[in-house]
Write a protein that binds this ligand. Structure first.
Ligand SMILES: Nc1ncnc2c1ncn2[C@@H]1O[C@H](COP(=O)(O)OP(=O)(O)O)[C@@H](O)[C@H]1O
Ligand SMILES: [Mg+2]
Length: 372
């Protein structure tokens, strides 16, 4: 019998989306096909330690607290950085001192991390240095896909419509706040003030009046020193899941789904995403005219290719009352619990959760290491 390939599943991490990553990981670990894959589970604490974290421990933690934080485990893990060495380095502290083992061969890494230091190219860079195969976008695509400014530049260069926006750097806000306020006012209110590199709506405020702007800027700055301020767009929120094609096949797209915010004054904030199920309704397939469905699916592929994407991404759009398709953002490691939009859109399109995971791992295994 040929041994099953071994997947290192990474979860947790340093970003404010740590807890979301744990929920994603629980979903994936319950579904992953153990007949096909050997699994080693590695938690990353909010302060960046890597350690073995058995699935049962993750389950127990989330049973106690659905929005949990990983306590640091005892068996610390690091990656071998030498090309061709694929054995995890595990350090176990014991009564007779530390033992170091290197008997866990890794064939592929599944980084189920959202946000900075996980989804933004930094972790992908580490995996590249370690010469390990991994699921999802590479360094550049991850970095661009995390940055709401550079992502818009890439989309515009690919001919996509993005909404009006302005970028506010730390320096600009320190030296010329009046100039910043003027640039923002030129967009017209309401505006959305966002950290350039965050996720799960952390740090985002909808600002209806000029006098609320400074406070919103300070809130966003707690997450990132670089901000993007966008004109509010009136339109339906439509998302589409992208999956890389096998071999030289083109990227595949799911049926689009829709997020409907029940309270008309609110937006798809953290509360609506994870806390109050009643405040947002997710539906798939979205009830759209055929041309809009086609334009959104084509747009999702354009966005994926604009970033030079690999593996997967979820592309999020606004569909305006006059029929325009405006890209909002992409997520290169979207929420991945069984009820998250990305897997749900695939399930509705005929690719069930466990098979989707299999497909992503298969794509990563096919991919060469090194420059590609
Ligand atoms: N320019 C905008 N116009 C209207 N609504 C917006 C705009 N930008 C963001 N939103 C609302 O805020 C939510 C979160 O913003 P988004 O840019 O998607 O950040 P995140 O990366 O945290 O998901 C969106 O899903 C949408 O409901
Ligand atoms: Mg979003």
């Amino acid at each position: 019998m040929t041994p099953r390939p071994c997947v290192a599943v990474l979860f947790g991490g340093r970003s404010s989306e740590h807890s979301i990553s744990l929920i994603t990981a629980r979903g994936v670990l319950r579904a992953i096909d153990r007949e096909k894959w050997d699994v080693v589970t590695v938690g990353i604490s909010t302060s960046g330690e890597w350690f073995l974290c058995p699935q049962e421990e993750l389950e127990r933690l989330l049973d106690e607290n659905p929005i949990a934080e990983l306590p640091v485990g005892e068996d610390l893990v690091s990656l071998p950085l030498k090309v061709g060495e694929n054995e995890l380095i595990v350090r176990q502290a014991g009564s007779c001192g530390e033992t170091v083992t290197r008997d866990r061969h890794i064939d592929v890494v599944l980084p189920l991390l959202h946000g900075p230091f996980g989804e933004d190219g930094t972790l992908q860079g580490l995996l590249e240095l370690a010469d390990l195969r991994y699921v999802g976008c590479g360094v550049t695509a991850s970095a661009v896909g995390m940055d709401k400014h550079f992502m818009k530049l890439a989309f515009e260069a690919a001919g996509m419509e993005v909404g009006p926006y302005t970028v506010v750097t730390d320096r600009q806000w320190a030296l010329d706040p009046a100039g910043v306020r003027e640039r923002v006012a030129a967009l017209g209110f309401p505006v959305f003030v966002k950290p350039a590199r965050a996720g799960s709506s952390f740090g985002i405020t909808k600002v209806d009046r000029p006098e609320e702007l400074d406070a919103a800027i300070e809130t966003a700055r707690e997450h990132d020193r670089k901000l993007v301020v966008e004109a509010g767009i009136v339109g339906r929120e439509i998302e589409c899941a992208v999956l890389q094609g096998r071999g030289t096949d083109p990227a595949r797209t799911s049926m689009p789904g829709e997020i409907e915010i029940v309270d008309e004054h609110a937006f798809y904030d953290f509360e609506a995403k994870y806390v109050s199920q009643a405040s947002a309704r997710l539906s798939c397939p979205a009830d759209l005219p055929q041309e809009a469905t086609d334009a959104i699916r084509a747009g999702a592929v354009t966005a994926f290719e604009a970033l030079d994407g690999e593996g997967l991404c979820r592309a999020d759009f606004f569909y305006t009352p006059d029929g325009r398709v405006v890209i909002n953002e992409v997520n290169t490691m979207p929420g991945f619990t069984p009820i998250s939009m990305y897997p749900r859109m695939w399930a509705e399109s005929g690719l069930a959760y466990a098979r989707l995971i299999d497909e992503l791992l298969g794509l990563a295994m096919e991919r060469p290491v090194g420059l590609r």
